[in-house]
Structures are given as C-alpha cells and as structure tokens.
Design a binder for this molecule. Sequence first.
Ligand code: ZN
Length: 263
Amino acid sequence: MNDGAHDHDAAVQRVARWLAESRSAVAFTGAGISTESGIPDFRSPSGIWAQTKPVYFDEFVSSAEARNEYWRQKAAMWREFSGARPNTGHNILARWEASGRLRGVITQNIDELHQQAGSQHVLEVHGTARHVVCLECGTRYDTERITRQYERLGAAPTCDRCGGMLKHATVSFGQSLPQEVIEESTRWARESDLFFAIGSSLVVYPAASIPEIAARSGSRLVIINRDPTPLDDRASVVIRQSIGEVLERIDALLPDEPAPEAR
Ligand code: ZN
C-alpha cells in the first residue's frame, strides 16, 4: 500500500536532486506564494474583488468617473497589502538565485515581494502595484505617495510633470501584457531544464502558457500548489502542500552551495 507521507518525501528528494544538477532552473510564481505573507488572492472567489467590478482599461482612459472608481479600489487594495513582507518561500528563491541555482523568477504577482526578498532577476508578467505610471510621459511614482495624494484629493491623481493620467504600473483588465516581458519569460522557459510553478492555479492566460512552454521544451515541470491545476498531468512532480514548508525541505536536502569561482 502506498504511504502518502512517504511518497511526498520521495518527491521532495527527487526535486532537490534535480535542482542540484540543474544548469538552468526557473521559478514561476502566483498568488499562492504571497498569501503566506498575508496578501489576499484578489482573484479568488472569496477575494475582496469578488463583489467589486474591476475597471477596464478602455473605461479608465475614457471616463473621469471610472478613474475615480479605479483609484478608490486601488487605494483600498494598497492599504491591505502595502505592509506585507516576504516569507520563507520568497527568501529561499532569492537565496537560490544568489547562489547560482536559479536563473530568476517569473511572477504573476504585483507585490514586489520577490525583489524585497533579494531576487535580482524578476520578470513581472502583470506589472507591479508598488509603482504608479503616467500614461502620457511614462514617469514612474511611488504608489504610497500617490495613494496619499488620492486620499487627500478624493479624486484620481494626475502627473506632476505633464498632467497625464496616473495608473498603477499593473496590467489592467482589457490591457495587453508587456510584450518584452512575455518574450523574455518564454525564452527562460524554453532554455530551462527545471521549471517550478509555485502557487499558481495556472488558469490565467497568457501567463499560464509559460510553464506549458517549459514542459513542451523538455524541462522538468515541478508544480507546488494547494489545489490541482490543468497542467498537473504534464508535470514531473506535483506537490500540494504549504509552499514555504516544501521549499524549506528541498533547500535542506541540497548539497553545500558551490563556490562562486567554480560556476
Ligand atoms: Zn506625465
């Protein structure tokens, strides 16, 4: 009879061995890694956006009323997560990158917790909510500062420099994904020999096509997610447990970090 705990140990050991041998490992992360930092999964059915109608990009640019509603929602969201800090999962991925085990992180998250943990190579396929961008001149601002400005004015803020519309530097509904980020992510996926898909339901396209490309290119796909995903049958290993705990256990099984000059 199969012992579930034993299977799980075997899977973790196998992944640790693959990572130790890997020449080009990549991590792809979704909301699940950040819920362990207390950031709500905004897209989940119980998320705060379940009852909130998102503002689509074309409404945003064509209506002052839509922009005010957008900023009302974003200010509430910002207050929910601006204080969140990286957790074990983020920290381990940053460490693996620093020691040359991981090429970098492709993330669907907009919270910059990977960067805060110390990851240097982060591809943000949905942008970031920690910055605000002017749609006219491209000037970027700190979100905290602009959120305060919104809260003072009670109306959508505008660019200091040119008076243009200000929006979070995220990909809004109805807005296309940043092409160069997608191309770079696709390249990482194709060139990878080990690809972690962590905390993502793998249902939001086109972002979810990136792990699919890795699997198709012959990379070992390791899925760590609480719930089943549509790519589970393409994966070499699927682990449905707490992300921080699983990564910690893989990390503990790795051989000593290679000296930088040996790489
Ligand atoms: Zn501007």
